[in-house]
Design a protein around this ligand. Sequence first.
Ligand code: UDP
Ligand code: MG
Length: 319
Amino acid sequence: MEVLTQSLLSIVIPLYNEADNVVLLTRKIHESLEGYRYQIIYVDDFSTDGTREAINAMNDPQVHLVCLKKNYGQSLALAAGIDYAEGEYIITMDGDLQNDPADIPMMLPHVLDGTCDVVTGIRQKRKDSLVKKIPSKIANFLVRRATKLDIKDNGCALKVFTRVIAKDLNLYGEMHRFITLLAFLEGAQIKQVPVRHHARNAGVSKYGLERVFKVIADLMLLLFIRKYFQRPIHLFGIFGVLLILLGLAINAYLLLVKFGFGQDIGTRPLLIFGMMFILGGIQLFTIGIVMELLIRTYYESQSKRPYRVKKVVVGGKPS
Ligand code: UDP
Ligand code: MG
């Protein structure tokens, strides 16, 4: 096999109760990446089935095992592995052999030649139950509609990143499902390629139907982040002011009714609406202000800049 790089690759794999998969997985990675320089970073998400022992028993010098202190979930396990990773390119995948390490050499050239920062898989002939596939199709559709970003398969864990983009992902909660979108928000160039998909090798899936609701909530959060993260006052402030104006208009009308036409307004539901709109509006507006302060603290406390520079050209020569 032709090897295109001597750069170090870090393969980051979160594991929760995958004892019966790790040996075969490790062997497949070695077979697929022969000739490359790589480290395998297993993150044990507090497994209880002997996953750690199975990994240690292999005594493999290329395997690094990061053991978490409790079960944090797939996103944070991934984040821990990415933080640890030393490679110039970071590859993520699942630990149950649903992804195929043999796809990695085909994905790598797209980042190696500098044309993109993330290569993500589109699972072909996905070997999961309909209970999984249907909600995931809906989620993909929603993401596509809401973001106009043509992501075909948000749920595929097999991805290759440049180091900078991977380290900048900031995974919280269960955001691993939206990594492509997160990377896009960081300004990454993304390429999607078809990859193989297999049924789970051994062990059981860690997720049930409740994930549908989590996905919807996470998606709403991401849509907010995408549009308003750096200018929350434009959302909350505008709605706040509109509500206040509506409330004021209602109350002005009621004042006219009372003092102009001498009618009683104490029993009119409209009075409650008028007051609620004003109070709600003030609250929305203040939330906007608080969020503006928060976002400033977010950037300034970490000396982060709210923009990313791709490159600088001096005197017409790319540096
Ligand atoms: N995983 C993890 N911590 C968890 C749940 C899952 O590290 O709390 C790992 C799991 O071991 C696997 C990957 O995340 O390597 C994907 O999990 P799973 O295969 O259960 O998800 P599915 O394929 O069913 O979506
Ligand atoms: Mg799986």
